[in-house]
Design a protein. Structure first.
Length: 154
């Protein structure tokens, strides 16, 4: 089986699209951090988000996309849309909307659709969520404040 140049270029473009999307959202985490007045060096939202995004991929692999998203949904603060759970949920949901896998860009739309979608669509959602998480994790590791008690992989 051979791969055409067109197929390789298209795949590369999808990865570039994911990277650009992830970079924009990591920058939004930094903006929320500044907006919350964390310029004093604490930058807790950055540390929390970095920790959440590092653990979310393994959570999806271990428990499935639905339960992992339900965890974020349950932990997010309805009053503060700038918490790390809400931001990560928004970022994953936003990507799934952008790819046309779900309709609507809020946590309620995602929660209602994830449990009722056909299996093929669920698998596509899982694959796309894991793919965007690779980029979110890498950019978070490079651009966001590291938690004090964290052990980074080398």
């Amino acid at each position: 089986m051979t791969t055409t140049d067109h197929g390789v270029g298209r795949r590369h473009s999808l990865e570039q699209e994911r990277a650009a999307y992830a970079w924009d959202y990591i920058q939004s985490v930094k903006a929320v951090s500044k907006q919350q007045g964390e310029q004093d060096g604490k930058r807790q939202i950055e540390k929390d988000y970095r920790s959440r995004v590092r653990g979310f991929g393994p959570m999806v692999l271990a428990n499935g996309l639905g339960p992992a998203l339900a965890f974020l949904y349950a932990k997010r603060s309805e009053k503060n849309q700038g918490d790390s759970y809400a931001l990560l949920l928004q970022h994953v949901a936003g990507w799934l909307v952008k790819k046309g896998i779900i309709i609507g860009n809020d946590a309620n739309a995602l929660a209602s659709q994830i449990g009722t979608m056909p299996l093929a669509q669920y698998r596509q959602a899982r694959s796309e969520a894991l793919a965007i998480l690779v980029w979110l994790k890498r950019f978070a590791e490079g651009a966001l404040e590291e938690p004090e008690n964290s052990r980074e992989d080398v």
